[in-house]
Ligand binder design. Sequence first.
Ligand SMILES: C[S@@+](CC[C@H](N)C(=O)[O-])C[C@H]1O[C@@H](n2cnc3c(N)ncnc32)[C@H](O)[C@@H]1O
Length: 406
Amino acid sequence: MENKLNDSEVKMNITLKTFYGLEEVLKEELVELGYSEVKVLNRAVQIVGTWRDVYFLNLHSRCAISVLAEVANFSIRNEDDLYKKCMKIDWTQYFDVTKTFAVKGAIFSDFFKHSQFPFLLVKDAIADTFRNKFGKRPDVHIKVPQVLFDVYINDQNVTISLNSSGVPLFQRGYRQSAGDAPLNEVVAAALVRMSGWDRKSAFVDPFCGSGTILIEAAMLAAGIPSSIERQHYAFKNFANYDTVLWDEIYEAATKRCQSLPCRIVGSDIDPDMIMKTRRNLKGIAVGRFIETDIRPFDEVKKPEDTGFMVTNPPYGERMGDNIEEMYSSLGDWMKTELKGYTCWVISASEEGFKSIGLRPERRIKMYNGDLECSFRKFSIYEGSKKAKNNNYDLDEVSETISDEEE
Ligand SMILES: C[S@@+](CC[C@H](N)C(=O)[O-])C[C@H]1O[C@@H](n2cnc3c(N)ncnc32)[C@H](O)[C@@H]1O
């Protein structure tokens, strides 16, 4: 029922959590990292691995929010069973009494009338186990615990995991400055991957804001983990923390590069935003290779004949933004300037997408924070294909686009 922590070779279920819609791209990332058997779950994927994999994935996954290491799995017949079964677990093997802890998770079970109650039961079992053994118990810290247990109850099945990441993995450690509407780093990394960018062609973001998409693209192209600057991981608070193993994994990661295999170019109309991007670029190894410029998108010239654009224009949340006009000019600019480019736009504005006046080849539903967004692909062909595929009038946009949104 329970995984012994002091055996670093023991195999366990490792669950990587992510945002809605990013499960497949996270799976693809894990396959590229060498994991062949990846199970896709709801907002998560799962593999079987060891503590080495837990450390490795915390450092190397760009599309996961957290890495959970399963410590116990059992079934219950009623509410009381949860506390009783939890009292059979030796919680003192996971952390020492000086560390703060918390219990969170998700409950899909009729056994519990109050959604928070199962977490209280597990918390009590942990505290009582410590008290019985040492005469004292560790403190709970709800907001920033040093050790966080994740409880997942589905009907009668209970899975308890250690959240080995702690603060979410989108806190990369490279962002010094953010704009009003920064894209989440995990979402940005996923967009770059989903775009199918070959990591060799030119890459542009003409609405770069504080530079999140550019940075994630450059880190990917350079093979440097996005979290290379991050120091804090919850697994460092666990009783079994193996500093030699972590140092070995960290040392083996690429940290610097002499050049990038492609041009990565960002711009924004707002000088403050470009200042923020440049501040962020200063702190990272790939920063000096990313080109940035203050200019409106429709004055941007493509850096190479062919390439990729991945961008996150305003959604119209600011007073005075004329979204229809902006997206209509964006469509015109893509048609004239970005011939030969694969363009991807993420936006929460359906009016905006309509105003682009181009038929999307793909549409992927996803979220940026709480905002439902769509990530759409527009291929801008040269010559005859352009006439065939790109000169769409809105009325001609087919209702039969086969896509992932439905
Ligand atoms: C949603 S934000 C992009 C956020 C960015 N992805 C980040 O992570 O920080 C949209 C950006 O578009 C910029 N913008 C607005 N109008 C523009 C225009 N006409 N040309 C270029 N950039 C523009 C804004 O200054 C803002 O930084």
